[in-house]
Design a binder for this molecule. Structure first.
Ligand SMILES: Cc1ncc(COP(=O)(O)O)c(C=O)c1O
Length: 405
């Protein structure tokens, strides 16, 4: 007898959860695929597309993880992370923010900052709650908010303001449903950082309206401004109880493939995060956490060296872009992105990005991928050698001159 006679055909698109219709595939994938195809043909691509350091993870960190693996640290870790790492993260956060953090009670080690964002939103965002996010911005906040049933409310920023979130614009969008304010400083795709004055204003707004603040500080130490790190909202009075810091090893220590990040929050909020995280990744890879502990506790010269190299590349990119007629670009204070305005060439950012990769093998990401306010711009990640930055600028000049003809 035919066992399938009475069974309906399985159609994936009708079976998938409705929430999937609310999120797109990442617009960056298209560029990554194009780069892979060109490289397979042996084409020399200028790789300005990727938001991760090109450096190898420093040797001493890799060795510590390898030794832990060989010692047999291969079993489940505590949900919140191994004690030595939580303690080290607590101490690092105290150093960076000036606020005493008890790593054993306030830190959760996550499988990348991205898991921290997912867990935080699952723990604090109810269906229908509004989450304020800057536009343009790293698109994950918006999509994760939608996946957990929340509503992302975009706050446009402008080139005139250097793409910083403006407190008045945030305040104007607050409703009875606003639950969370996301602040990414320094930001992706712009490299822009919030000032001390603006974070003070956000603290006032968050307290007045009883908001949770998700402070993504993953680029805080890749910082070219005054002081050791970008200003943190966590440092301000009344904010430790309502802020969840998102941070990680990906950018600062060139450890993106390790998938290691963290949250810092009050003890009570950390318990809420723990409740969710027990059911997401349970815990992070144990021997990788041993390597990460050494990343934070050993000499930080490797970080200083990487940041100094990023600064050299930023200066090359800025000077190079500013020498090209028709381009304007503001100075990024952190991260490893520049976000030039290419609107004078009369093409959309998506068309310009396609033109550059297809005709000149220059990989960039269209500003529109990061939100409507990013239109007219390209994100260029200078996570490639100074030589590649220089060759890229020369090639870009030729590509844009060809357009003017
Ligand atoms: C602002 C921001 N936060 C978080 C992440 C993700 O970090 P992780 O690799 O730790 O998940 C990125 C990666 O591009 C980012 O730009």
């Amino acid at each position: 007898m035919d066992q399938t006679a009475n069974q309906a055909a399985f159609k994936a698109e009708t079976m998938m959860a409705a929430r999937l219709n609310k999120v797109p595939f990442s617009g960056i994938r298209k560029v990554l695929d194009a780069v892979t195809a060109l490289q397979a043909k042996g084409v020399d691509v200028i790789k300005w597309q990727i938001g991760r350091p090109d450096f190898d993870t420093p040797e001493h960190i890799k060795r510590a993880a390898a030794e832990a693996l060989l010692r047999g640290e291969v079993h489940y870790a505590p949900n919140l992370g191994i004690p030595s790492l939580r303690k080290a993260i607590g101490e690092r956060t105290t150093l960076d923010t000036g606020i005493a953090v008890d790593g054993m009670k306030q830190v959760s080690v996550m499988a990348g900052a991205n898991e921290g964002i997912l867990v935080a939103m699952m723990a604090f965002v109810n269906p229908g709650d509004e989450v304020l996010v800057a536009d343009p911005n790293w698109h994950h906040y918006k999509s994760i908010a939608s996946l957990v049933g929340g509503v992302a409310v975009e706050v446009p920023t402008t080139e005139k303001d250097g793409f910083v979130l403006v407190p008045d614009e945030v305040e104007r969008r607050i409703t009875a449903r606003t639950k969370m304010l996301c602040i990414t400083s320094p930001g992706n795709p712009t490299g822009t950082a919030q000032t001390h004055e603006s974070v003070k204003e956000f603290a006032r707004i968050a307290i007045k309206n009883n908001l949770v603040v998700l402070a993504d500080e993953i680029y805080a130490r890749i910082w070219y401004g005054p002081g050791a790190t970008a200003p943190s909202i966590y440092s301000l009075p009344g904010m430790a109880e309502r802020t969840i810091i998102i941070n990680g090893f990906t950018k600062t220590y060139a450890m993106d493939g390790w998938r290691l990040g963290w949250t810092v929050a009050s003890e009570e909020n950390t318990r809420a995060l723990l409740k969710v995280r027990q059911y997401t990744t349970v815990c992070v890879n144990t021997f990788a956490q041993a390597g990460a502990t050494v990343a934070l506790t050993a000499d930080q010269k490797c970080v200083d060296d990487m940041v100094a190299e990023f600064r050299r590349r930023r200066d090359i990119m800025l000077a190079g872009l500013r020498s090209i007629p028709g381009i304007t670009v503001s100075e990024p204070l952190g991260a490893f992105y520049v976000f030039p305005n290419i609107s004078s060439f009369g093409m959309s950012s998506a068309d310009m990005s396609d033109y550059l990769i297809e005709k000149h093998a220059i990989a960039t990401v269209a500003g529109s991928v990061f939100g409507a306010a990013g239109e007219g711009h390209l994100r260029m990640a200078y996570s490639c050698s100074t030589d590649e930055c220089q060759r890229g600028i020369a090639r870009l000049k030729t590509a844009l001159e060809a357009l003017k003809k």
